[in-house]
Design a protein around this ligand. Structure first.
Ligand code: FES
Length: 144
């Protein structure tokens, strides 16, 4: 299996690892098949993601995708962060092997789940804003 340099970089030296105390939103997602778990913490102020940290108990690609996903949403508005797709994560990592696409789906789900938790904590129903959080990656990861 061949990983891009970007993946190796983020795997060897992941950004934004850790926890945030009193986070405004926390999202935990897992993939049943591989058993990997990703937990994401958001600090949100006036609709802007001021800080984001993650903990991933999973494969190298899951660590690399969480690392780059946190980089991509840090400093962004919640609305912008919601637009983060697993495809954008894969592109930012200069590609992932097909068997590892589902790892990037986990990163997208973790961000969305943490944002949904943020809305719930604000007393806002997240469903109309965040939508259903997709559990599958539409057939291209062998995970459906
Ligand atoms: Fe499942 Fe990477 S092998 S998240």
């Amino acid at each position: 299996m061949l990983y891009s340099e970007k993946v190796m970089e983020h795997f060897a030296n992941p950004h934004n690892v850790g926890e945030i105390e009193n986070a405004d939103g926390i999202g935990e997602v897992g993939n049943e098949k591989c058993g990997d778990i990703m937990k994401m913490y958001l600090k949100i102020n006036a609709g802007i993601i001021e800080d984001v940290k993650f903990k991933t108990f999973g494969c190298g690609a899951a660590i690399a995708t969480s690392s780059i996903a946190t980089d991509m949403i840090k400093g962004k508005s919640v609305e912008e962060a919601l637009k983060l797709s697993n495809k954008a994560v894969v592109e930012a990592l200069e590609g992932l092997p097909p068997a590892k696409i589902h790892c990037s789906v986990l990163a997208e789900q973790a961000v969305k789940t943490a944002i949904a938790d943020y809305y719930t904590k604000q007393g806002i129903d997240p469903l109309p804003i965040v939508g259903e959080i997709p559990e599958h990656c539409h057939g291209d990861c062998g995970n459906d």
